[in-house]
Design a protein around this ligand. Structure first.
Ligand code: SF4
Length: 227
């Protein structure tokens, strides 16, 4: 079974936000507006954490993109009382929206705080339906959502390769954030496939995983800054 994962090079991330915008557009992520945003009710499938070090004028900012970590041992799936979130056959942590009862146990259990709750029926701009991605279902009030590693793209790529009776190529399944990153800071692929770049990058001497000590086995690997 493949082990889909992401390597994010913190040397290359400039915090431009292209990955966040591409993710919002690809996955129909709703905007909650400035009023709700100040109550921490924004919805993100990909977010950028900023760490500011030093004091003016010697200030350094570190940008850390954060999608769902798709842990091999996810704490969120263990606490869901209705199995609305689970580790699927592709090794990705999936959400079943119509099964979710909105208890938010999974949000509390996630040590990476990458899940978002729909407090309100999402506002759709007038022309939203025209521009939404029909491959990704819209979520409703009262359910939890999060990054899926653009699993709808995996589904399409797998169907195509099976139809043509061949193996799937690395380039055929890439999440939107990876494609949008202008500095190629985000790389995606199968950790277990030696032909895929991520299988080499994750063995780098700079590689580390967030909260490694928790034993969640996250499938997002960071490459630390060199300076
Ligand atoms: S909020 Fe939904 S997905 Fe999360 S634990 Fe509760 S029912 Fe499961």
């Amino acid at each position: 079974m493949p082990s889909w994962g992401m390597v994010i090079d913190l040397n290359k991330c400039t915090g431009c936000g292209a990955c966040v915008s591409a993710c919002r557009s690809e996955n129909n992520v709703p905007n909650v507006g400035p009023e709700q945003s100040q109550f921490g009710r924004s919805i993100f499938w990909m977010d950028i954490m900023e760490i500011v070090e030093g004091e003016y004028p010697d200030v350094r900012v570190q940008y850390i993109p954060r999608p769902c970590f798709h842990c091999d041992r996810p704490p969120c799936t263990k606490v869901c009382p209705v199995r609305a979130t689970y580790l699927n056959e592709e090794g990705l942590v999936a959400q079943i929206y119509h099964r979710c009862i909105g208890c938010r146990y999974c949000m509390v259990a996630c040590p990476y705080t990458v899940k978002s709750f729909n407090w309100y029926e999402p506002e759709r701009l007038e022309d939203f339906l025209q521009f939404r991605n029909p491959d990704v279902s819209l979520r409703m009030k009262g359910v939890v959502e999060k990054c899926s590693f653009c699993s709808h793209r995996l589904q399409k790529a797998r169907e195509q390769s099976e139809f043509e009776s061949r193996d799937m190529e690395e380039a055929e399944y890439q999440p939107a954030c990876v494609e949008a990153c202008p500095t190629s800071a985000i790389v995606f692929g199968d950790f277990e496939n030696e032909k895929h770049t991520v299988s080499r990058l994750r063995k780098s001497y700079r590689a580390f995983r967030m909260h490694e000590d928790l034993g969640t086995e996250p499938k997002v690997v960071y490459l630390s800054r060199e300076d």
